[in-house]
Design a protein around this ligand. Structure first.
Ligand SMILES: Cc1ncc(COP(=O)(O)O)c(C=O)c1O
Length: 373
């Protein structure tokens, strides 16, 4: 049996009429950039998050650094995040010209460990970027408290967790802005690149809206800016998909529960945990081998048996060759948990359109490995 890692084509076939309908509507409108479909989608996305504003952007990386730029964060400033995230989180800090400060992650969730943040704060610190890693919110209540105490901005990198909730808080509720990515493989993904930012802050909204469009919100009138727009065709795709995101996240949760029930009792690897009161949306279902030296052999065993397992992310940012490429970077304290995560993680296939047979096959292969390990 073969189990793919992604189900893009199955998903397209399931809602083909809705996606095709929106694409046709855009094509027939003659307005493909900054047109009515983008406007409609931005309103839908803001409503979904319960925020005043949503801005469609070129990708999720731009969304992070545009938020920083709107907040006046740049050269000479420090921004705290953790190194076991997708590279783009740190990359965005560097694109903004700021210094990335890495602290360790939590042992359970692998999101940023709030307990490590305060010791990393200096007079240069301007912001914290928690990542809602793998589909589970970081501990935003603790992060908000630290940010208030030290007067710091908070930008949530929500590329992996659209539809997730914390214990009594929503995404974008306890921060200045939350950013997201709609690249193909995300929980809400289009057939290419794009992203967005949601916020309740009017200044961030008006500044990013101009910055994304060559510094312009009026024809022929410009200030310094960029080109980072979500085009209407992609807006049409994510608009069609947004209507299904909660049901798809429920399916992800169902498959995660089936993996967890099937794999409970395995001795050679640990399973992901969901914090009490949180809604984890399982962008990724990550297991970790107890011994780092077992990871690559286990991954190969799964791949050889037809399971397209992967790793997210097997090289922590501060361990990448050439780090930090002449950019501002600082390591604050031990990064042992992040390094362990990088050395032991395996991502099992996870997408809403999986079948019971596929999930059970993956479970069976993992248990077979466990018996031999
Ligand atoms: C945590 C995280 N941050 C940022 C990004 C960047 O998004 P994009 O690829 O749309 O630039 C991604 C995904 O690619 C991500 O997973």
């Amino acid at each position: 049996m073969k189990v793919e890692f992604y189900g893009h084509i199955r998903q397209y076939h399931n809602i083909k009429a809705e996606i095709d309908g929106n694409i046709k509507e855009v094509l027939e409108s003659g307005q493909y950039v900054m047109g009515p479909m983008l406007k409609q989608f931005e309103a839908e996305l803001a409503k979904y998050h319960g925020t005043k504003f949503a801005i469609g952007l070129g990708n999720g990386t731009d969304a992070i650094w545009l938020a920083m730029m709107a907040l006046g964060i740049g050269p000479g400033d420090e921004v705290i995040t953790h190194p076991n995230t997708f590279f783009a989180t740190a990359e965005a800090i560097w694109i903004a010209g700021a210094t990335a400060v890495f602290v360790d992650c939590d042992t359970q969730t692998r999101c940023i460990d709030p307990a490590q943040i305060e010791a990393a704060i200096t007079p240069k610190t301007k912001a914290i970027i928690p990542v809602h890693l793998y589909g589970q919110c970081a501990d935003m209540k603790a992060i908000r408290k630290i940010a208030d105490k030290h007067k710091l901005y908070v930008i949530e990198d929500n590329a992996q967790a659209i539809g997730a909730r914390g214990d009594g808080f929503k995404v974008a509720e306890l921060s200045d802005a939350a950013t997201t990515s709609f690249i193909i493989q995300k929980n809400l993904g289009t057939f290419g690149d794009s992203g967005a930012l949601v916020t309740n802050n009017e200044k961030i909204d008006s500044t990013v809206r101009k910055l994304r469009n060559h510094g312009s919100n009026q024809r022929n009138v410009h200030s310094f800016g960029f080109n980072s727009r979500l085009d209407d065709l992609h807006a049409g795709v994510v608009s069609a998909k947004l209507k299904h995101i909660d049901a798809w996240n429920d399916l992800r949760r169902k498959w995660a529960a089936r993996y967890t029930a099937g794999l409970k009792g395995a001795k050679s690897f640990t399973l992901p945990t969901e914090r009490n009161g949180y809604r984890h949306v399982f962008h990724l279902y990550i297991i970790e081998t107890k011994r780092p030296e077992q990871r690559d052999a286990f991954l190969k065993f799964l791949n050889d048996s037809g399971v397209d397992a992967k790793t997210h992310y097997s090289i922590a940012i501060h361990q990448q060759a050439g780090y930090p490429w002449g950019k501002g970077a600082r390591i604050a304290g031990s990064l042992a948990n992040a390094e362990r995560n990088a050395a032991t993680c395996i991502s099992l296939p996870m997408f809403p359109e999986l079948t019971e047979q596929e999930v059970d096959y993956v479970v069976g292969q993992c248990l077979e490995w466990d018996r031999k390990a």
